[in-house]
Ligand binder design. Structure first.
Ligand code: C2E
Ligand code: MG
Ligand code: MG
Length: 582
């Protein structure tokens, strides 16, 4: 933050300058560097795209943005920053043609705007310092609201403060602390089926029980949704914690009378210990959260301590996360394409785009190893945009060669929640001039379960444009079928676990594949089987009534060059320009 003080006793302020005109940047830089009131450290980004990915790093005190950035505007960047919840103030520099935008810019969240031709050291200095001060004040106010209004417990801010104090005390007295992370199992079901009112009552009850179950000196907070944290002070050893945690699981998990019903509830808990697992509050919370995640795998009503193996995974995850940022910015990503075939004719009728990471040391890294990390860290947003853009660019290139290749792109639920997603799809399709009906978005079932009316509207708009929507890995997610009727869909992809899990013999779960095929027929949806590894799989699934398939028996995912060569001979003739339709 700007607290650093240089040798001259001035404040050091880190400024990110997004400016596509090199000359202008030099001027701005000069103005900043000649300030006598503060010491500025600048970083220059010259285009919109890089700016978007750098924004996520969030390592600046303030961001200066030129209004015009190639095809994009500072307006778009403000929108992006808001969506990504960037807390840093953004000041927009407007040229003379953009003065009438000032009001709009402020409304869009700009901290200030500066006409470019008036830029001077004093003006920049004042604008930047005021923007930072205002932002700090806003954050301070949020911090002052220290209680969770629903349960009356502390909120995240005060919990963190408490933790730091307790850690300092424990360090002095060489004692131990435990940080407990707890959430209610299946709380979402309560909210969905009985309504938010009942959900709120339940949270209040849980908060109450929790408070009574721990000692007065222990601190309880609700840090969001159904997540509670407890700080256990002055702990002798793991055994103490186990006792308290068991007591909480039992005590909070008793039948809960709310409204006019009684709910069966249970809670899961993750624990991190000071000093064993870390010396900083936030770190302990993160680790307790990871341990909670692990306890979920044991089923409802369990607890888990943060362990060495979790620590290893954490380190690996962080490494991947760091590397992935590089990968996105330094084009280490590559799309492979796996053909989808007509099981009768073996013609290729489409391809699925699957991302690969060409790691400078580790070689090709599988998406299974980095998509979950990208999702957790938010990097899935720039990564997903890269994938969609590359796929559309490739479609256009194939079009130029006379191939009309339908391409399926995987989209993670987190991308859909990001408000810029929809616009990005539309923009990219039109940018490359591809036929929207050749693009398919593969979504997983959880998207449909969680989706509200806003995303329903989005699906409808996408489909009205002609973009196709399919459910990936069908059958592995939630079993609720309700959404199948409500959501506009084109296709179901039968998960490969039902096809080839048991190896090369017959289909692993023929009853399930058959049921899915019937379901698709009934709903008039296309169906495609994944994971066809043998001739037998392909034959049996075709006999069951599924006429499309994808799998190693036909083709593995292939890099562009190989797939393009393949398309020349294997693409369904009707998809090749100049061929007779049929
Ligand atoms: P998915 O979408 O279900 O993709 C199919 C996966 O099954 C691919 O793994 C593919 O290589 C593999 N596969 C295809 N045929 C067979 C077969 O016959 N047998 C077996 N055992 N496997 C087969 P891949 O490429 O490792 O991708 C794994 C998952 O990573 C994908 O599963 C998808 O969920 C995710 N993923 C890949 N690319 C992207 C992406 O661009 N964005 C997002 N959000 N997720 C992606
Ligand atoms: Mg897929
Ligand atoms: Mg799949």
């Amino acid at each position: 933050m700007e607290k650093q003080t240089s040798s001259k006793g001035e404040k050091q302020i880190k400024v990110l300058v997004v400016e596509d005109d090199r000359q202008d940047f030099v001027l701005i830089n000069q103005a900043l560097k000649s300030s006598i009131r503060a010491k500025y450290e600048t970083e220059h980004i010259s285009n919109y795209k890089d700016a978007v990915s750098v924004l996520i790093d969030n390592e600046y005190d303030v961001i200066l943005v030129d209004y015009f950035l190639g095809d994009e505007t500072g307006f778009e960047l403000l929108k992006r920053a808001q969506e990504a919840r960037i807390e840093k103030p953004i000041i927009v520099m407007t040229g003379s043609t953009a003065v009438e935008l000032d009001d709009m810019l402020i409304k869009a969240g700009a901290a200030d705007f500066i006409p470019k031709d008036e830029i001077s050291s004093t003006l920049l200095d004042r604008s930047i310092r005021h923007a930072i001060e205002r932002k700090t004040a806003e954050q301070e106010i949020a911090r002052l609201v220290r209680r969770d209004p629903l349960t009356g417990l502390g909120n995240r801010y005060i919990f963190e403060e408490h933790m730091e104090l307790a850690i300092a005390r424990a360090a002095r007295s060489r004692s131990r602390l435990a940080v407990i992370f707890m959430d209610l199992d299946r709380f979402k079901d309560v909210n969905d089926t009985l309504g938010h009112h009942v959900g709120d009552l339940l949270l209040t009850l849980v908060g109450d029980r929790l408070r009574r179950l721990v000692r007065k000196s222990d601190f309880v907070a609700r840090i969001g949704g159904d997540e509670f944290t407890v700080l256990l002070d002055n702990i002798q050893g793991y055994h103490d914690v186990e006792m308290i945690v068991s007591k909480i699981i039992e005590g909070v998990g008793r039948p809960a009378p709310v409204s006019n019903t009684t709910l069966d509830i249970s809670v899961s808990i993750g624990v991190a210990m000071y000093p064993e697992n870390g010396a900083i509050g936030i770190e302990l919370m993160q680790k307790a959260d990871m341990a909670l995640y692990e306890s979920k795998a044991l089923g409802p009503g369990h607890y888990h301590f943060f362990t060495e193996s979790l620590q290893e995974r954490l380190v690996q995850g962080l490494e991947i996360e760091r590397g992935l940022k590089e990968a996105i910015n330094h084009s280490q990503l590559e799309l492979y394409y796996q053909p989808q075939v007509d099981l009768q004719t073996h013609d290729i009728v489409g391809v699925e785009a699957l991302v690969r990471w060409n790691h400078p040391e580790r070689g090709v890294v599988s998406p299974i190893d980095f998509i979950p990390i990208a999702t957790r860290s938010g990097l899935i947003i720039p990564l997903g945009e890269w994938v969609l853009e590359s796929a559309c660019r490739q479609m256009a290139a194939w079009n130029d060669m006379g191939f009309k290749v339908p391409v399926s792109v995987n989209v993670s639920p987190k991308q859909l929640k990001y408000r810029g997603f929809f616009d990005f799809v539309l923009k990219t399709v039109s940018k490359y001039g591809v036929d929207a009906t050749d693009l398919e978005l593969e979504l997983t079932e959880e998207v449909f379960i969680e989706s509200g009316s806003a995303s329903l509207h989005m699906f409808n708009t996408l489909r009205n444009m002609g973009i196709r929507i399919s459910i990936d890995d069908f059958g592995t997610g939630y079993s609720s079928m309700r959404y199948l009727k409500d959501i506009p869909l084109d296709r179901i992809k039968i998960d490969r676990s039902f096809v080839s899990e048991k190896g090369a013999g017959s289909i692993s779960d023929p009853a399930i594949t058959r049921a899915i095929i019937l379901l698709a027929e009934g709903l008039k949806l296309e169906v495609i089987a994944e994971g066809l590894e043998t001739e037998k799989h392909a034959k049996e699934i075709l006999e069951q009534g599924c006429s499309l398939g994808q799998g190693y028996y036909f083709y593995k995912p292939l890099p562009v060059r190989s797939i393009t060569r393949l398309l020349e001979t294997k693409l369904r003739p009707s998809l090749i320009a100049g061929e007779v339709k049929g």
